[in-house]
Design a protein around this ligand. Structure first.
Ligand SMILES: CC(=O)N[C@H]1[C@@H](OP(=O)(O)OP(=O)(O)OC[C@H]2O[C@@H](n3ccc(=O)[nH]c3=O)[C@H](O)[C@@H]2O)O[C@H](CO)[C@@H](O)[C@@H]1O[C@H](C)C(=O)N[C@@H](C)C(=O)N[C@H](CCC(=O)O)C(=O)O
Ligand SMILES: Nc1ncnc2c1ncn2[C@@H]1O[C@H](COP(=O)(O)OP(=O)(O)OP(=O)(O)O)[C@@H](O)[C@H]1O
Ligand SMILES: N[C@H](CCC[C@H](N)C(=O)O)C(=O)O
Ligand SMILES: [Mg+2]
Length: 488
């Protein structure tokens, strides 16, 4: 049992109607989950308005209503707390409700357009190897020590975050690494958390359906660093155009990593091959199984963060050399008979796609063709579609445009928007096959010995969402099966 006034600590209240000394059972922001003596937080959403469900929540037993506007009908015996921002209030209440679990471990947040899952997951792996109990909140999975939970969002809502952090406290977890998405920051999902550090990866085009401009997208990411406490570290990629911008107003201790510009943590790529990267990090050589220039940045960020958290440099490098790629990030299979390499990668932004294609192009020889299978998600930023169409067709030998997760959109409509980005000189390289499985099969049939197939956009995902329905779908499994069938 918790007392309402205790969990309202740090919440900026505009008015209160009723008693705040009441004992409450649980907190919910979805009226459908409310039970006896719960708090219902009414949130103004993008699809519906939580304030419309206040009466329903009370009928289900809500004892407390947190809202931005008081309803006209005030029910006797119910406490109403009016706040300026319900999402922010929810975040503070969630921390208080779970007894501020982020204070009891070292929480590190990773933000940026690409590389969050890779860095957070590999830091989880590295600290686990170093003998610590570790937690992870990522796009792919949630880990509480060794226990695996399904991840629904990249950055869960504040109640879910604090729930898992409290589970981590109970399990004796010392470090937790989490992805901090721009939606998460904007919607105050991470407000009130006590971070020990923040890492910035890079900033490029994504989510411009949600944020009104690139500048707003950048400023939302920056807010994460603005809000870090002085005790935390703020670690930024100094080679990214916006790397230093992130640090402009932070109170945290500032550190920079980079390959090109002056930095506290510096790396150099000595070798970049299909089998991995040989790097020099602060004058020490280290071999990694991860592939491609962009992974040199990820590895350097991991190394720097681990050192800032107190790991010895040599131990740090040893564990880094043992790390494997994250599910769906440059995962590959090579067919045994005809030596066709199929790579599955989660590149779903123009920049990620360009990086992956350039990585493959830097490694493949002239005789080896690169066949790319790619699409774009529905109900998401449309402006990245033609950009990805252009990049895929310019940097591949052949491209098959197909569906990603069309969600509620018409799959062929999305493909048309991707095709619009293809320049005339690349027209003859492209074809479109709406059915993703069929598209992968076509790529396998087109490939000759030693060719490379890149299947981009869905990485670790094990489903495809078409017309709002999820079906089982796994790029790696499907391509492996087709490659097995090919006896050329
Ligand atoms: C655009 C967006 O981020 N939307 C999030 C937002 O939903 P919303 O504002 O649209 O909510 P809404 O459906 O309008 O409902 C408003 C309120 O009414 C409540 N409600 C609704 C119906 C009802 O009967 N009773 C009721 O109380 C809802 O619970 C909600 O509190 O708040 C919800 C609760 O936290 C989120 O689940 C939801 O994520 C949606 C599902 C989503 O797809 N989000 C994606 C875009 C996202 O967040 N992605 C990022 C990763 C991006 C990246 O970097 O790649 C992530 O961190 O996962
Ligand atoms: N440092 C990086 N710079 C640019 N591209 C990268 C970087 N790291 C990974 N990528 C590319 O971006 C893809 C997604 O990587 P990852 O899942 O680590 O990013 P993310 O930031 O977690 O993405 P999401 O926003 O979907 O959670 C990878 O499959 C790879 O193609
Ligand atoms: N976190 C991203 C993932 C995109 C993955 C891609 N496969 C898609 O479905 O668009 C989003 O929800 O926008
Ligand atoms: Mg991620």
């Amino acid at each position: 049992m918790r007392i309402l006034k205790d969990i309202l600590y740090k919440v900026s209240m505009e008015s209160v109607v009723g008693n705040t000394a009441v004992a409450i059972n649980n907190i919910h922001f979805d009226s459908r989950k409310v039970e006896m003596n719960d708090v219902f937080v009414a949130i103004t959403g993008t699809v519906s308005n939580g304030h419309d469900f206040i009466e329903k929540a009370i009928n289900q037993g809500a004892l407390v209503i947190i809202c931005e506007e008081l309803p006209t009908n005030i029910v006797n015996g119910v406490t109403y707390v009016q706040v300026a921002n319900s999402k922010e209030a929810l975040a503070f209440m969630a921390s208080n409700f779970y007894e501020n679990p982020s204070d009891k471990l070292k929480l590190v947040g990773v933000t940026g357009t690409n590389g969050k899952t890779t860095i957070a997951t590999l830091l989880y792996d590295l600290f686990t190897k170093a003998g610590f109990k570790v937690g992870l909140l990522s796009t792919v999975k949630v880990m509480v020590g060794d226990t695996l939970y399904e991840a629904v969002r990249t950055t869960p809502d504040s109640l879910t975050i604090n729930y898992f952090l409290a589970e981590m406290n109970a399990e004796g977890v010392e470090y937790c690494f989490m992805e901090v998405s721009s939606h998460g920051i904007d919607q105050h999902r991470t407000t009130g958390l006590e971070f020990a550090g923040g890492i910035f990866t890079n900033l490029s085009h994504d989510h411009l359906d949600y944020h009104s401009s690139f500048a707003e997208y950048r400023d939302v990411k920056k807010r994460f660093f603005d809000e870090l406490p002085a005790s935390a570290f703020a670690l930024t990629n100094v080679d990214d155009k916006n790397g230093e911008v992130m640090l402009q107003n932070t109170n945290a201790k500032q550190y920079k990593y980079g390959l090109k510009n002056y930095a506290d943590y510096k790396a150099q790529i000595l070798e970049n091959q299909f089998t991995g990267l040989l790097l020099k990090i602060n004058d020490q050589e280290v071999w990694s199984r991860l592939i491609g220039n962009f992974n040199a940045y990820n590895i350097l960020a991991i190394y720097s963060a681990a050192e800032l958290l107190g790991l010895e440099p040599l131990e740090n490098l040893k564990f880094i050399s043992e790390l494997h790629s994250v599910n769906g990030r440059f995962q590959y299979v090579i067919s045994s008979e005809v030596k066709i390499t199929a790579i599955v990668d989660y590149a779903h932004t123009p920049d990620a796609l360009k990086n992956v294609l350039e990585t493959i192009n830097a490694i493949r020889t002239k005789n080896e063709e690169l066949i790319t299978v790619v699409g774009c998600g529905g109900d998401r930023d449309r402006t990245k579609r033609p950009k990805m169409g252009h990049i895929a067709s310019a940097l591949s030998s052949k491209v098959i445009f197909t569906s990603d997760n069309p969600r509620t959109e018409d799959p062929d409509g999305i493909i048309e928007e991707i095709e619009n980005g293809v320049e005339p000189q690349n027209f003859n390289k492209t074809l479109s096959v709406t059915n993703r499985k069929q598209a992968i099969k076509t790529a396998c049939q087109m490939a000759k010995a030693n060719d490379i197939i890149l299947i981009a956009g869905k990485g670790h995902e094990t489903y495809q969402e078409i017309h709002g329905e999820k079906h089982d779908f796994d790029d790696l499994k499907i391509v492996s099966e087709f490659l097995k069938q090919l006896k050329k």
